[in-house]
Design a protein around this ligand. Structure first.
Ligand code: ADP
Ligand code: NA
Length: 330
């Protein structure tokens, strides 16, 4: 295929994806598999950079894969695999560790933030080298574009720097990837605390919409979302953050523009918008849940899908790693 190659990863998380994960990341994976040669990975190696329960991790990995399939990721149209099934990721990461400067890695702002929160004694070296494992994920597949949010741009820059250094030292082996900042990726705020991003580590349980919750539970969360006391349906994130967040979700799920939604609700209070958004979400989530459950209820089929994906990924990854090993003198 002469399509540009993309690589995206998502960490397995306990329970289910939330609406922010879906609208901010996973949703974009579906159209990309039509236009790109897409490699999608559940990145369980990244997940152990913080303490994990083994049984919970195993379950979360399968759950993440099932939800990706439920969301429309199609293993016939892309390469979907679990990172730990492809040992070349860890192997290439070691080589890249040895061409990355300590100071260079220490400048990663995400590491600085996370390690500051955890404290030095509970921060693992794995968390420190996380961006280098991410570089390995990207470079193994000679990736052209890495679809990421703004917060990941620095890691893609590090990947380019390390790849260029490797190429300069050992011969032109790696393609230099570009960050592909997703323009349609919506940033979703907490429904109860619209000043904060919807996040699994967020504060309010009622503010997070989990995709595998009973649809009725989620519908209630939309209907009781925090909004201002105004009466005009208008997109204005500064003055009306809660309402604007609902409009963002509504637009993403309906395909209507925010302007079309403002026109639709012109002269109405917030109630009908919340009720209809709750209905729209329920209609969207039902088939997502049904498809996800199909894979969860048929573990053998999920295993087959993931084994085929790992084999496809390894066919590329092993070739890159062999050339790297040769180039460095193994
Ligand atoms: P969380 O913030 O809940 O810990 P992760 O950091 O695991 O979620 O993010 C997984 C993916 O989902 C990333 O691509 C991230 O950019 C995206 N994402 C997470 N929360 C949101 C959100 N509220 N809005 C948009 N995208 C989000
Ligand atoms: Na996060």
């Amino acid at each position: 295929t002469d399509r540009p190659r993309v690589l995206s990863g998502i960490q397995p998380t306990a329970g289910s994806f939330h609406l922010g994960n879906y609208l901010g990341a996973v949703r974009q994976w579906v159209p990309l598999q039509e236009t790109h040669d897409a490699y999608y990975s559940v990145v369980d190696l990244h997940a152990i950079t913080v303490p994990q329960d083994p049984a919970a991790l195993r379950e979360a990995t399968r759950l993440a894969a099932a939800q990706l399939l439920g969301a429309g990721v199609d293993p016939e149209r892309c390469t979907l695999f679990v990172q730990s099934h492809v040992p070349e990721h860890a192997q290439l990461a070691w080589v890249l560790n040895c061409v990355t400067g300590f100071g260079e890695a220490a400048r990663m702002t995400q590491f600085k933030d996370k390690s500051a929160k955890q404290g030095a004694e509970s921060t693992t070296v794995g968390l420190f080298t996380y961006p280098i494992l991410q570089a390995a994920d990207i470079l193994l597949y000679q990736t052209d574009q890495v679809p990421v949010g703004e917060d990941q741009r620095q890691h893609v820059e590090l990947t380019r720097d390390v790849a260029a250094r490797f190429n300069g030292r050992f011969g032109e082996l790696f393609r230099l990837p570009n960050a592909h900042i997703l323009k349609d990726a919506a940033k979703i705020q907490d429904l109860q605390d619209p000043a904060s991003k919807m996040s699994k580590s967020g504060s309010s349980a009622k503010g997070i919409v989990w995709l595998l919750d009973p649809p009725k539970t989620s519908a209630k969360k939309f209907r009781s979302a925090v909004t201002d006391t105004g009466t005009e349906v208008r997109y204005d994130p500064a003055e009306k953050p809660g309402l604007s967040n609902l409009l963002t979700v509504y637009a993403a799920l309906s395909g209507l523009t925010v302007a079309e939604l403002e026109a639709k609700y012109d002269g109405q209070l917030y109630g009908p918008l919340k009720t209809e958004l709750a209905e729209l979400f329920t209609e969207w989530v039902a088939p997502f849940q049904a498809r996800t459950r199909e894979f969860l209820d048929d573990p053998a089929e999920l295993d087959r899908v993931l084994a085929r994906g790992a084999a496809k990924a390894r066919a590329v990854a092993a070739g890159t790693l062999a050339r790297v090993h040769e180039a460095v003198g193994f």
